[in-house]
Ligand binder design. Structure first.
Ligand code: CTP
Length: 404
């Protein structure tokens, strides 16, 4: 996918750098176009370094006659070469210019020449956002088929609190990919995904947990939604924005995750258990905060129910994908878990490898299939890995159906 990222001149322009990175992590090429006002807030070099491309800042940036001639049609080339135009932050001024069809600089000219999907993420002061002029402009743009991501509410740079903040860049990136994704091969599917760690309470303020960040599961949820699936994400406590277009069911303990998965699994056509579920829970959590004493203390633990194995027993013809976090014997352990838990595929990764897996942006996994196939995937961002997992899952289902 190829995206043009238009950056307007608002205080949130710095967040567009993170958006550029998030779009690239999701496998999109990114061409950045900045308005003159945006350059007051952030330098083109930041975007050029992130995207490895020249940033377009003006309609008439070139000096030689030949270059001027080619740059005079550059907005047409950029319009034709890209699938989606996302403008973030879309300032009140840009929103007004787009609504009126003014072509005063590269970005506004590009907007007129652009025939692909247009996504606008407005960000401005609350009074400006609420102004009837802005409201009318936004309504006009929506009626024209532009997708407007509403701004978040919160503390604004001007010191007031209200609507006007640019949403989290990761959420915008997911929305862009979901709205403009050319492939809708999961249309009609319901994917139930678990993600993150669980927390097993010792008392009201302490718990036992693990290092899972939830990023792999959230990447899977975003990838599935962008390819047209309805997605139910059962999530342990994580520090991640909710993926765009995904139903999130929040749980804390292994038991709560089990109950949520069992009650929602019947909706699923594909079930993916990427959560790092606690294998043990505290036998008798204290209802009150435990006070310290000089004596040694111990916590008694009971095994938790293995959710994946339970789903495996009742899965029917649903495609069931488990994860295996290993420090050694990757494929053998992946195969063992696949067989004992009745999965169709296990995504195995070496969590001991530096920079990979837990709490990392990237992952390197090996897919162990019930057909006997073993497919190592190269190291890539979790979002790219997520897409590859779905590519192989769809192929696997075809292979399993043609066998049956
Ligand atoms: N899993 C689960 N419920 C549990 C424990 C694990 O559903 N109580 C699932 C995980 O979501 C994952 C798979 O089982 O999809 C494998 O998890 P992992 O922690 O790698 O393996 P365990 O079965 O816990 O085995 P071990 O601790 O011996 O490696």
């Amino acid at each position: 996918m190829r995206t043009v990222l238009g950056v307007g001149g608002g205080i949130a322009a710095y967040k567009a750098a993170e958006l550029a990175r998030a779009l690239m992590e999701r496998g999109s090429e990114v061409q950045v176009v900045m308005t003159a006002a945006a350059e007051e807030f952030i330098r083109p070099l930041t975007f050029a370094s992130l995207t490895n491309r020249k940033v377009i800042t003006s309609l008439f940036a070139s000096s030689s006659a030949d270059e001027v001639l080619s740059s005079s049609v550059e907005h047409i080339r950029v319009a034709q070469d890209n699938h989606v135009l996302v403008v973030a932050p879309a300032t009140a001024d840009l929103v007004a210019k787009f609504a009126q069809g003014l072509a005063t600089d590269f970005l506004t000219t590009l907007y007129l020449a652009f025939t692909g999907k247009v996504i606008l993420a407005p960000a401005m002061n609350t009074a400006m956002w609420d102004h009837p002029a802005t409201r009318e402009n936004i309504a006009k743009l929506k009626a024209r088929g532009n997708f407007v991501l509403p701004p978040d509410e919160g503390l604004l740079a001007c010191g007031t609190t209200g609507a006007g903040r640019l949403p989290d860049p990761v959420m915008i990136a997911d929305a862009v990919i979901t709205l403009a994704h050319p492939r809708k091969d999961l249309d009609g599917e319901t994917v139930v995904i678990t993600a993150g760690p669980t927390q097993e309470a010792i008392d009201p303020v302490r718990f036992i947990s693990n290092r899972s960040s939830g990023r792999m599961g959230y990447a899977l949820a975003a990838a599935a939604a962008s390819r047209g699936a309805r997605v139910v994400l059962v999530s342990g406590p994580v520090n991640l924005p909710e993926p765009f277009g995904v139903e999130v069911v929040k749980v804390r303990s292994a038991q709560q995750m089990r109950d949520a998965v069992i009650s929602r699994m019947k909706e699923g056509t594909i079930i993916i258990k990427s959560a790092a579920v606690a294998d043990y829970t505290v036998s008798n959590p204290s209802p009150q905060k435990i006070k310290k004493t000089a004596a040694r203390m111990s916590v008694e633990l009971d095994p938790t129910v293995d959710i994946l194995a339970e789903v495996g027993r009742y899965k029917g013809d649903r495609l069931l994908i488990g994860f295996a976090a290993e420090t050694q014997n990757l494929v053998a352990e992946g195969r063992r878990k696949m067989e004992t838990k009745n999965c169709d595929m296990v995504v195995a990764n070496l969590v001991s490898k530096e920079g990979i897996g837990f709490d990392s942006e990237v992952n390197e996994v090996t897919l162990v299939m019930s057909t006997g196939e073993v497919i190592p995937l190269p190291e890539a961002s979790k979002r790219v890995v997520a897409d590859q997992i779905f590519d192989h899952a769809l192929k696997l289902r075809l292979a399993l159906h043609s066998r049956a």
